[in-house]
Design a protein around this ligand. Structure first.
Ligand code: ATP
Ligand code: MG
Ligand code: FE
Length: 340
């Protein structure tokens, strides 16, 4: 069986062809980073229009790279939640049209569950039950993943996502978008202890939540104080910039690692699966690996290219097909965060 998966939840237009044995025959990702760069964040209307232009060429390329014909596709899967409304609509409409045209089953998948399932694809072994940590541009959530169909949220951010704070702090420091990779690079030359930025809830064992909004503000005050400021014309000494970047990164990493370890302890579940763009962060990967192995647990972090948005996330559709959970053409784009 060959499944065509389509991903358009945010600003990556992606398609992949995957077999029922989770073999990835092709995976194509068209990033829009250059379109959103000058705004230092994703502009929803621009994202939707770019998906429209790229969707069909990306699907064509995925089919071609898999060395098959469109008619060889046995099912069409699409991430229909959560995400930006206009972006989601493009992928969902393309998937519905193809499923109808080919007379094949249509499967809607939850993008966030797909981020965790990427670990099953990458490591080629069953991941359930596990603690699932999703850390991306739009989400920072901890789940108890009981099965491919049962993700119980244990906690998450009460304001900004971890990736969003990376992007905004990078922008304040005059670093290019997307901020995660550029900030991490800058932080390599910095002292992570130079500034004592806040780590909300870290010592509060009653909850498994994050808050990155105040951290962002603390960095802003450190850089420029509370008044109005034009960050673009702000000159920051290179060493100070690196120290702020490293101290900020360390604060985020401490919160993410601390709460993941707390979740492991409180649930007794020893397997941790991590997905989402921020999981590409080196300092985070090293720190979590150390803590999890010290606690005798098992850590599965998807490789870099499966951490950021891509259509291999749609592989979770295989589980739905096996369980007979197929959708019909009434499938809709659901932008809001449905936490399970
Ligand atoms: P969603 O939240 O719906 O999953 P998204 O497209 O914003 O959507 P991803 O593509 O998974 O999420 O992740 C993008 C985010 O990951 C950006 O905020 C980016 O800055 C961050 N990121 C990427 N690489 C790194 C890194 N090395 N360190 C920290 N953050 C990173
Ligand atoms: Mg993105
Ligand atoms: Fe994502």
């Amino acid at each position: 069986m060959k499944i065509l998966t389509i991903e358009s939840t945010c600003d990556e237009t992606a398609a992949a062809v995957i077999t029922e044995d989770l073999e990835v025959l092709s995976s194509v990702v068209a990033s829009q980073d250059e379109l959103h760069q000058r705004f230092a964040g994703v502009v929803p209307e621009i994202a939707a229009r770019a998906h429209l232009e790229r969707c069909l060429p990306v699907i064509d390329e995925a089919v071609r790279k898999a060395d098959i014909q469109l008619a060889d596709i046995d099912a069409v899967a699409v991430a229909n939640m959560p995400g930006l409304a206009g972006s989601l609509l493009v992928g969902v409409t393309a998937a519905k049209t193809l499923a109808w045209l080919l007379g094949k089953p249509l499967i809607g998948i939850n993008h966030l569950q797909g981020h965790i399932y990427a670990c099953q694809v990458a490591f080629k072994k069953p991941i359930f039950p596990c603690i699932g940590l999703i850390i991306s541009g739009g989400h920072s959530t901890i789940y108890h993943c009981k099965s491919p169909f049962d993700f119980e949220p244990l906690g998450g951010t009460i304001d900004d996502a971890a990736g969003e704070s990376f992007d905004k702090v990078a922008s304040m420091l005059g670093l290019p978008y997307p901020g995660g990779p550029s900030l991490s690079k800058c932080a390599l030359n910095g002292d992570p202890k130079a500034y004592a930025f806040p780590r909300p809830f870290l010592n509060d064992t009653s909850r498994l939540d994050f808050s990155f909004s105040g951290l962002k503000t603390a960095v802003r005050y450190e850089i420029a104080g509370p008044g109005a400021v034009d960050f673009k014309s702000l000159e920051i000494d290179e060493q100070r910039k690196a120290d702020i970047a490293a101290s900020f990164e360390q604060a985020v990493v401490d919160c993410l690692v601390g709460k993941t370890m707390q979740a492991m302890k409180s649930t007794g579940i020893q397997r941790i699966c991590v997905g989402g763009g921020v999981a590409a962060n080196k300092r985070f990967r090293v720190a979590l690996e150390e803590e999890v192995s010290a606690a005798g647990g098992e850590l599965l972090i998807a490789p870099m290219h499966l951490c950021t948005d891509n259509a291999v996330l749609g592989a979770i559709a295989v589980e739905k097909i096996k369980a007979g959970q197929v959708d019909d053409l009434s499938l809709d784009a659901l932008p809001g965060l449905i936490r399970n």
